[in-house]
Design a protein around this ligand. Structure first.
Ligand code: SF4
Ligand code: SF4
Length: 452
């Protein structure tokens, strides 16, 4: 696949586009009181018995602070996860708590200025990684409550403009980063011509619907090519559809339930239309929870299985259907938060690495306690490099501690973050993609079969 730019080269090309995002965000003018009212309404709507119990049961032990990479690298108390919930806690006490009549006497309602200040705490310094939730001894789902804070800031029109720009593009045009159906067709044509790989598009019926991403289409077609190579090699009956190919869901990123649901619904409709039994998600971590539990959103069972690419590859290896060339390197695997801590997909990617004869050297914190790449939850789009660079440093130190030659992950956003970190910290260690490695280790490059 050497005719395509490397991930780092493509990322540099894309940097200019990312820098223009703030000016592409739709204007969100509204009076300050309206912003505060909207945010309060969202919080009150979400404050059910579960969240009320959570907010009442914090024992202020501080364990969540130690769990959060932003607190760990700065030591600044404002980055304590439990502090990020202060606006929600105040609203709970004033509007829903058992002593609300008392709290209203000596507390103030939240203001637009506070919401604007909280943007940094809920977006720039929270990647929705869920590590604090895992660590809390009281079982408080802190990340779920930061999600509500994000949702309320979004309702007030104060979400970061970078994220709002992409969310608006996806809500109105169903594209991300300009990756239109025409662009998809162009990329597929280029891949088929240059690599001689058939990529089935718009088949009317197929066992498997594959979702790719704007990141892969616009900057890393290697990811799509690698997926196609592996699926064809396995003889899978699959297709991409130009009416439903995007796995990224910015409704989920910005925590706008309606947009999240609307985008997920479009993908589900496409999979249903072609009679798919499997919806395969490409390397884009947050897409997994955005679709994997969609039946919970719709209160109806989905007629297909939703499976993430690293899970799929691992299961093919474990079943003996996917055999890979062995070259025995020393690697470390970075578990994307959404597929690992949230989805429990740990053994499958490691099975793929072991099938290539690799020695997997784990970071000091790995699997369930792995630290986020530093740019999850849409953070990789934000102009907050000074803060993120501190997290990068910590991650790079953890990679150094393994002594591994290379880092492998299964998420385009994590790779994007690490590529930025590599440039900033002048690190030489490669950051590789699991599916691309699997494709490069197929026993016989010519051995792929025609899909279907
Ligand atoms: S870890 Fe849980 S109980 Fe302890 S301070 Fe954080 S939220 Fe409260
Ligand atoms: S979800 Fe992750 S980034 Fe957000 S507060 Fe918790 S530990 Fe920190």
């Amino acid at each position: 696949m050497s005719e395509f730019p490397t991930f780092e080269q493509a990322m540099q090309q894309m940097q200019g586009m990312l820098e223009k995002l703030p000016e592409m965000a739709p204007p969100m003018q509204m009076p300050p009181q309206q912003r505060a009212d909207r945010a309060t309404a969202v919080m009150v709507q979400n404050l059910d018995a579960r969240f009320g119990t959570y907010l009442e049961s914090c024992i202020h032990c501080g364990h969540c602070a130690e769990a959060c990479h932003f607190f760990q690298v700065t030591g600044d108390p404002k980055y304590t996860p439990v502090h990020k919930l202060d606006l929600l806690r105040r609203t709970y006490r004033r509007e829903s708590g058992p002593f609300r009549w008392l709290y209203r006497l000596f507390s103030q309602p939240i203001t637009a200025e506070e919401l604007a200040d909280w943007k940094e705490l809920a977006f720039d310094s929270c990647t929705m990684c869920g590590r604090c939730t895992l660590i809390c001894p009281m079982g408080i789902d802190i990340a779920a409550m930061v999600h509500v804070v994000r949702e309320s800031i979004s309702a007030a029109g104060l979400a970061p403009p970078e994220i709002r720009a992409v969310e608006a593009e996806q809500a109105t045009q169903d594209t991300v980063f300009g990756a239109s159906p025409e662009k998809l067709k162009e990329v597929i044509g280029m891949l088929e011509q240059q690599a001689g790989i058939e990529i089935p598009l718009d088949r009317e019926q197929a066992e498997m619907l594959v979702l790719t991403s704007g990141l892969d289409i616009m900057m890393n077609p290697r990811g799509l090519l690698a997926t196609a190579k592996v699926l064809n090699h396995l003889g899978a009956d699959w297709t991409l559809r130009s009416d439903g190919y995007e796995s990224i869901n910015f409704g989920a990123q910005v925590c706008d339930k309606e947009i999240h649901k609307d985008i997920a619904r479009r993908r589900i409709d496409t999979a249903k239309k072609i009679g798919a039994k499997t919806l395969l998600l490409c390397e884009c971590g947050h897409t997994y929870p955005a679709l994997r539990w969609a039946e919970g959103i719709y209160q109806e069972p989905l007629p297909f299985e939703v499976i993430y690419i690293s899970d799929y590859l691992g299961k093919q290896v474990q079943a003996g259907r996917l055999k890979l060339r062995r070259d025995g390197r020393s690697v470390t695997f970075h578990d994307p938060c959404k597929t690992g801590r949230v989805g429990g997909i740990f053994d499958q990617p490691r099975a793929v690495l072991e099938a290539m004869g690799d020695e997997v050297c784990e970071t000091p914190d790995h699997k369930m306690t792995n630290f986020c790449c530093g740019g999850g939850g849409g953070g990789f789009l934000l102009n907050n490099l000074p803060l993120r660079s501190k997290v990068y440093q910590m991650k790079m130190q953890q990679f150094d501690a393994t002594g591994a030659d290379t880092v492998v992950t299964a998420c385009g956003s994590c790779r994007l973050n690490f590529a930025t970190a590599k440039m900033m910290l002048e690190s030489e260690r490669p950051i590789e993609s699991l599916v691309e490695l699997a494709a490069d280790h197929l026993p016989d490059d010519e051995g792929w079969r025609r899909p279907g």
